[in-house]
Ligand binder design. Structure first.
Ligand SMILES: Cc1ncc(COP(=O)(O)O)c(C=O)c1O
Ligand SMILES: [Zn+2]
Length: 419
């Protein structure tokens, strides 16, 4: 049998190990309903990152993906694994209008000029607005779906009937989840707040998802009622189809394709907008595996910046041993046009703090004026129709432009389309 490039998972907090062959290994085995402070990370060999050249990143980098190691460990041949990606991608394309294709990254000349960069430096923009379901989120969810489909095909799923999948989101993650679920006719429950955008909930329903409105009920503990209902559904047997690592670590697998697709050039800095943190964690890990370690700047808005607070606290505390003292929900979440990064807690904060430390980066907290200016400038100069959340990384560059040398090569990711 081949030896998979990914050996398994290890918890950054308690050290527990999970073999790659373990099915449905969504969470650290020591995580409980009352102790959620666990964070699985992938344990992989030193094999050099290599693309097979296919345009679909899940095919091009298949051997580096954890789901592939899982399927290989159960004896599924490489040809069968390729076929599984291809078949699933065709189903996704039939719903989304596009399958997974490496997204473009280009130097934004007009933007670079406007920001005073020199010929050797500049701003490179990776355009995720054309990814499946209009944002990067589907990349995270596709590896959970591949894991599930592989488990079914290999006879590891013993359920008489598929349990539903569940997600708490009313934005890009929910739309990506509903798109992928529709592709395989898997029942999905989406937990949304009463204030959810009607256009989004209608789209979700059209895709066949069950939309569950979650008003706060008197018996609710502190925190988001949608998350409470989501966790209750998971406790009752639903599959966490989540883009938060602590809820389902397998989302961190596919997210790395973003970093792999941009690992060939010598970047100096990377600005990534941070909500729950899975996006930044995955991009940084993908780049690291490709041998590229630009300074990582995690960008949050003044309206909600729990990661910057955790970063400050973790200057004097070892983060993995002091979760509670470093990361807790932001007390008064304000408003921002970048509403996709207002998560009151940065769930995947540990890997993001670690990546900022190891690359010499730091968080950037931006004003609303910079959120607005980044969107106007970024969309106008590139012609990409991204949302304010999608361009919020650029707001980070605007905020510290005077600290960046004109010869530096800077990357931002326009992560979601304007809706
Ligand atoms: C377009 C877009 N970019 C970035 C993010 C932030 O990703 P994460 O929550 O993983 O930090 C989100 C999250 O909703 C998003 O919708
Ligand atoms: Zn653990």
């Amino acid at each position: 049998m081949e030896s998979p490039l990914v050996a398994g998972w290890q918890c950054r907090v308690c050290g527990a190990s999970v073999d790659i062959a373990t099915p449905f290994s969504w969470q650290c085995p020591n995580a409980t309903a009352t102790d959620r402070h666990h964070a699985l990370q992938l344990v992989q060999g030193a094999a050099q990152l290599r693309s097979g050249g296919q345009s679909n990143p899940f095919l091009a980098y298949r051997p580096h993906l954890a789901w592939d190691g899982f399927a290989a460990a159960h004896g599924l041949t490489a040809a069968a694994r390729d076929a599984m990606v291809g078949d699933l991608d065709s189903l996704v394309a039939s719903v989304a209008g596009t399958g997974f294709v490496e997204t473009p990254i280009e130097r934004a000349d007009e933007l670079s000029d406007a920001l005073g960069f020199g010929r050797d430096g500049g701003v490179w923009v990776k355009d995720e607005t054309r990814n499946v379901a209009g944002s990067h989120k589907a990349r995270h969810l596709f590896t959970i779906l591949l894991h599930l489909r592989a488990a079914e095909q290999m006879g590891l799923a013993k359920w008489p009937r598929r349990p539903p999948m569940a997600i708490a989101s009313c934005g890009n993650a929910a739309l990506a989840a509903a798109t992928l679920a529709a592709a395989v006719s898997w029942p999905l429950r989406v937990f949304v707040p009463p204030s959810a955008n009607l256009h989004v909930t209608e789209c979700l329903a059209e895709l066949g998802a069950t939309v569950v409105e979650c008003p706060r009920v008197p018996s609710d503990p502190a925190g988001d009622p949608c998350v409470h209902r989501f966790r209750e559904a998971v406790a009752a047997g639903a599959i966490p189809f989540s883009v938060q690592g602590p809820e389902n670590a397998w989302c961190l697998d596919g997210g790395r394709t973003l970093g792999w697709e941009m690992s060939s050039s010598g970047w100096n800095r990377l600005f990534v907008q941070v909500g729950g943190g899975a996006f930044a964690a995955s991009v940084a890990e993908g780049l690291r595996m490709g041998g590229s370690t630009p300074r990582l700047h995690a960008v949050q808005t003044e309206a909600c910046a729990p990661l910057a607070r955790a970063w400050d606290r973790s200057r004097s505390l070892s983060p993995s041993e002091h979760w509670t003292e470093c990361m807790w929900p932001w007390e008064r979440v304000g408003e921002s046009a970048a509403d996709g990064i207002l998560d009151d807690e940065t769930y995947d904060w540990l890997p993001v703090v670690e990546a900022m430390e190891s690359t010499g980066g730091a968080p950037v907290v931006v004003t609303e004026a910079n959120v607005l200016r980044a969107n106007e400038l970024g969309c106008r100069t590139t012609g990409i129709d991204a949302s304010h959340t999608g361009t919020a990384g650029l707001a980070g560059l605007l905020a510290i432009r005077d600290q960046v040398n004109p010869d530096e090569r800077v990357v931002v990711i326009f992560s979601g389309i304007r809706r």
